[in-house]
Design a protein around this ligand. Structure first.
Ligand code: SAH
Length: 266
């Protein structure tokens, strides 16, 4: 019998063994269809019938164990198909808690970092938000995964990317999902995105030495910024900035590793 690859083995004991080679999403879908058609197919007894929903549910359970509590965030992570945003050769790692390359030297963040940041964003103004956030700006669309998640927890999302190739890829990844409240913009996010300002929340997937003034200016009163920022010795930490009537309130949180925030469009 072939060795089990790390992808299903870590998630479910009932998962069927598959090839050790990375599988493309097409192969995966095809094998699922074949399993579904098979007369012997029986989810609970044989473990056949693995689908991405099951794997995402396992990912969500792990996120809960890691301390993510916001139900709307957990539901979003359970619903958005992360494997559709990455190269098919990496699809078998899509639901592991790991960052993955998305081309152009950039990476998609680990699910638990994404969940943590969106949860923080939603806790702005010291409120435990039960409904959706208002308008949100994401700096660094990348492959579009986080933008898709944000569109489920906020009323409207603006997501800006400076690399044309990634902007195009994100558009293609997101098109089949037909998300009406998401706007993708090609531009330099260091300047924010005046089109949607003021924002209830701004979330950055790339880190610079400081929070650009434009983000502060484009944040609504009562709004929150969640972003990685490099401190002394270049160590990045997660920073939360709340804009209140009394002024700006900054909280420094745990160390993180994000790609650099760069200016200009390429
Ligand atoms: N949220 C993304 C993560 C992408 S990585 C996802 O889910 O895939 C961070 C992204 O920030 C990269 O694509 C990088 O090109 C982009 N970025 C860096 N500086 C930027 C800037 N000034 N404006 C817009 N995007 C920027």
């Amino acid at each position: 019998m072939k060795e089990r690859p790390s992808f299903p083995a870590k998630l479910q004991s009932s998962v069927a063994p598959v090839s050790k080679q990375p599988i493309s999403s097409k192969t995966w879908t095809a094998s699922l269809q074949a399993q579904a058609k098979s007369p012997q197919s029986n989810r609970s007894a044989s473990g056949f019938g693995l689908d991405s929903e099951t794997v995402r549910a396992a990912m969500v359970r792990k996120l809960m164990e890691q301390g993510v509590e916001d139900e709307m965030v957990l539901n979003a992570l359970g619903a958005v198909e992360r494997h559709k945003f990455i190269d098919s050769a990496l699809a078998n790692q899509a639901y592991e808690d790991t960052s993955l390359p998305i081309g152009f030297g950039q990476t998609i963040s680990k699910p638990n970092v994404v969940a943590r940041m969106i949860e923080l964003l939603r806790q702005g103004n010291n409120l435990m938000i039960t409904g959706k956030l208002g308008r949100v700006l994401e700096i660094g669309t990348g492959c579009g995964y986080q933008a898709a998640l944000l569109s489920k927890v906020a009323q409207e999302v603006y997501s800006i990317e400076r690399i044309k190739g990634l902007y195009d890829n994100a558009k293609e990844n997101l098109r089949p999902m037909r998300i009406p409240n998401l706007h993708l913009i090609l531009g330099d996010g260091m300047l924010g995105c005046p089109a949607g300002a003021p924002y209830a929340g701004i979330i950055a997937a790339a880190g610079g030495d400081a929070i650009p003034q434009a983000w502060i200016d484009q944040l609504a009163e009562g709004g929150r910024i969640v972003a990685p920022v490099a401190g002394a010795q270049g160590v990045q930490s997660l920073v939360v900035i709340d804009k209140r009537s009394s002024g700006l309130h900054q909280t420094l949180l745990e160390p993180v590793h994000f790609v650099p925030l760069k200016s200009g469009v390429i």
